[in-house]
Design a protein around this ligand. Structure first.
Ligand SMILES: C[S@@+](CC[C@H](N)C(=O)[O-])C[C@H]1O[C@@H](n2cnc3c(N)ncnc32)[C@H](O)[C@@H]1O
Length: 208
């Protein structure tokens, strides 16, 4: 447990409120589509919780123990069935083919090894299972990429490890899913600075 983990957990909801009005529809496109046994990796304080259908059974995987109280408070006020497990997406503590759905929102920018996390997701998904993702990603334009690279060290320090420069869509598309449907778009917050994003769903091959 580190001071930066505590600070991040304490400030997350406050910071999130600044952007939530702009991103909630992507929570509907991801958590809102989940079915059956669901694993959410990097659960944070549980911002996706209210978007899950009541019928699902949620396992929340989260490395930061300072998030747990907030998750449990939120879960107790909802109708949702949530089990919280401490752990990392790079080493998911569940057997193969354990989940119908995996949900990841705004997490692959922070993990140490995106490829390993995506490979773990394919491992724990049942054949035909769905991986819903929503992430901010690297810019396609040269100027945008240069700006992100310039800003990244400071951004990463302030946010305790978030990266602006990851081509997450390419990594998911290269991970051997049967089908990946994704949409890239840019979010503007009324400033000249814009944030490229991707939202989508990947389906695991039925007979691997
Ligand atoms: C920006 S927050 C997003 C929280 C939430 N998913 C949301 O959409 O609001 C990123 C979360 O990922 C978690 N995280 C960081 N590294 C991780 C890893 N390697 N595996 C799983 N979760 C991780 C952080 O502790 C944090 O809770």
């Amino acid at each position: 447990m580190t001071i930066s983990q505590k600070l991040f957990a304490d400030c997350y909801d406050l910071l999130n409120q600044l952007v939530e009005w702009r991103i909630f529809s992507y929570r509907q496109n991801t958590a809102g589509q989940a079915a059956g046994l669901v694993l959410e990796i990097g659960f944070g304080t549980g911002s996706n919780l209210k978007y899950y259908p009541d019928s699902v059974e949620i396992t929340a995987l989260e490395p930061n123990p300072y998030m747990f109280k907030k998750i449990l408070d939120r879960a107790s006020k909802s109708n949702k069935d949530v089990t919280v497990i401490q752990g990392y997406g790079e080493n998911i503590p569940f057997k193969d083919e354990a989940f119908d759905t995996v949900v990841v929102t705004l997490v692959l920018c922070m993990v140490s090894d995106v490829e390993k996390v995506v490979s773990e997701i394919t491992r724990v998904l049942k054949p035909g299972g769905k991986f819903y993702f929503y992430e901010h990603v690297s810019s396609k334009s040269y100027v945008g990429m240069r700006f992100q690279s310039f800003l990244n060290p400071l951004w990463s320090f302030i946010t305790t490890g978030c990266n602006l420069t990851r081509d997450i869509e390419r990594i998911i598309k290269g991970a051997g899913f049967d089908e990946v449907k994704s949409r890239k778009f840019t979010i503007r917050f009324g400033t000249p600075i814009s944030l490229p994003n991707v939202v989508g769903v990947a389906t695991k091959i039925k007979n691997m």
